[in-house]
Ligand binder design. Structure first.
Ligand code: AMP
Ligand code: MG
Length: 475
């Protein structure tokens, strides 16, 4: 027996009516090569110990198939940059199925798998550059304790893929709790297929919220969970300085995980208007717009579900989004400032700090890290000193010892984030078949809150060229 046959795949989505997907195999590369294998995640998913990742390559490439997987491309739609697109779907992705883990079901999905009926004008491929970015970012988010899809393995090829320039094709296995997106429900609602909405809602409840099974109003309860997890997720993005880049409704997971991120960026200098996606001319998905776009997306979901959720409760759930968001954000910032008590003006104190950081073009991550380390050369001007005095006054109301406070703060203020330029350097080397930087970066991102004298350089402020990198939607 093949050792990979011990994996207990199912594909619960494949048991739903065929209007929801298209059964689909994928298009292998001629000469696939292993680029990275995520041993930690493989362990979590129950892959055999001591598995030689080379043995996994033919499965990812589509030359061999996992027992009991049931490959399919999902149908969905969505609002892209605010405009309705009636038909999207997995144009280059294949859902293999789920594995049961101690953290619940996990979807395994191949990205870059070749054409499907939903490819529209696309070639069905993903390039090495964007695959590396998604791989790195999933890991970075996970270890920052931000819910996110991750990647199990990435393979490359010699196959040319044409974007702005000719690049190499790659594939990865994306692992996420679910691939059901807000856009799934919109697809059925707007395309006169609303009879499939309760079928999909039941699927979500059965597999992810069994606790709601006996509820009187399980669909509205589910909607509330989706809205609240979205608000909390976006609060985490804001606290860690993460800009997603393409918050279209088809890129919104219904389980509140960071999902389908392409032209994302972590803040370098604190700039609330930061636009990471070069294709986002109007700044719809600018950093400080993310919370309100999250709400906009919840409205779009509510509209799709309108015949199945209770209207008055829906209104109050939507109205409560802001509160859930701010509660989470305040809790996160309290930790960032080392505050255990609740004081009414805490968020104001944060806002004043951020305003000072913006004026002085301070590096977002490193400023908070320096604050955790109590570095006293941080505030060099009048406004900074005034803020520091206020902060010290606020700290005097705390009971925590300075040592304990430093510990709390260091766990809330990462030393290492995925700076765009670091990803870019790893990509450039990988394109020349040198994966050292990629591997080093992945190791460092596993312990973002710890000091690391070997890779101290990865924590430095980005060089000027790195701050100006233009990342587009092309992937
Ligand atoms: P994304 O920007 O990756 O979220 O993709 C938006 C939509 O376009 C999804 O339906 C994708 O499956 C599809 N898509 C993106 N790139 C390609 C491609 N190269 N070939 C086919 N479909 C694609
Ligand atoms: Mg997408």
């Amino acid at each position: 027996m093949n050792e990979l046959d011990s994996l207990k795949f199912s594909n619960r989505f494949a048991e739903l009516p065929e209007d929801l997907f298209h059964k689909q195999n994928w298009t292998p590369f001629d000469k696939p090569k292993l680029i990275h294998f995520n041993e930690d995640l493989a362990k979590q998913l129950g892959f055999p110990k001591n598995l030689d990742p080379e043995d996994l390559v033919p499965y990812v490439n589509g030359n061999k198939s996992f027992k009991n997987s049931s490959p399919l491309a999902m149908a969905y739609a969505g609002h892209q940059f605010g405009s309705w697109v009636p038909q999207l779907g997995d144009g280059r992705g294949i859902l293999l199925g789920q594995l049961q883990t101690k953290d619940g079901l996990m979807d395994l999905h191949i990205k870059g798998a070749g054409k499907t009926p939903y490819s529209r004008f696309g070639d069905g491929r993903a390039v090495l550059r964007s695959t590396i970015r998604e791989y790195l970012c999933g890991e970075a988010m996970h270890y920052l304790n931000i819910p996110s899809s991750r990647s199990l393995i990435m393979i490359g090829s010699d196959e040319p893929v044409f974007r702005e320039t000719t690049e190499f094709g790659a594939m990865m296995v994306r692992v996420a709790k679910t691939h059901v997106r807000f856009g799934h429900f919109e697809y059925f609602s707007h395309n006169n297929k609303s009879e499939f909405i309760p079928i999909l809602l039941d699927h979500v409840i059965e597999n992810y919220f069994p606790i709601l099974k006996d509820s009187q109003d399980s669909y509205t309860d589910l909607f509330e969970m989706i809205v609240n997890s979205t608000a909390k997720l976006i609060a985490k993005w804001q606290a860690f300085g993460f800009a997603h880049g393409v918050m279209n409704t088809d890129n919104m997971s219904i389980l509140g995980e960071t999902f389908d991120f392409g032209p994302f960026g972590f803040l370098d200098e604190y700039d609330p208007g930061f636009i990471c996606n070069h294709s986002d001319h109007g700044g719809r998905y600018a950093f400080n717009n993310q919370p309100s776009i999250g709400l906009w997306n919840c409205h779009a979901l509510a509209a799709a579900l309108k015949d199945y959720i209770e209207i008055e409760r829906t209104k109050s759930i939507i109205n409560n989004y802001e509160q859930v968001f701010y509660d989470e954000l305040t809790a996160l910032f309290r930790k960032k400032l080392g505050l255990e008590k609740n004081e009414a003006d805490d968020l104001k104190l944060v806002e004043e700090l951020l305003s000072w950081m913006q004026k002085n073009k301070m590096d977002y991550t490193n400023t908070f890290r320096s604050l955790s380390k109590n570095e006293d050369n941080l505030f060099k001007d009048k406004e900074g000193e005034t803020w520091q005095q206020k902060y010290l006054h606020r700290l005097s109301k705390e009971k925590t010892s300075p040592l304990k406070r430093q510990e709390i703060m260091e766990k809330a203020n990462p030393k290492f984030i995925l700076r765009n330029y670091l990803a870019q350097e790893a990509i450039q080397d990988a394109e020349a078949s040198d994966f050292t930087k990629l591997n080093n970066l992945l190791e460092v991102l596993k312990k973002p809150f710890e000091e690391n004298s070997v890779f101290e350089d990865f924590a430095k402020e980005s060089p000027d060229w790195g701050k100006k990198l233009e990342i587009s939607c092309s992937s």
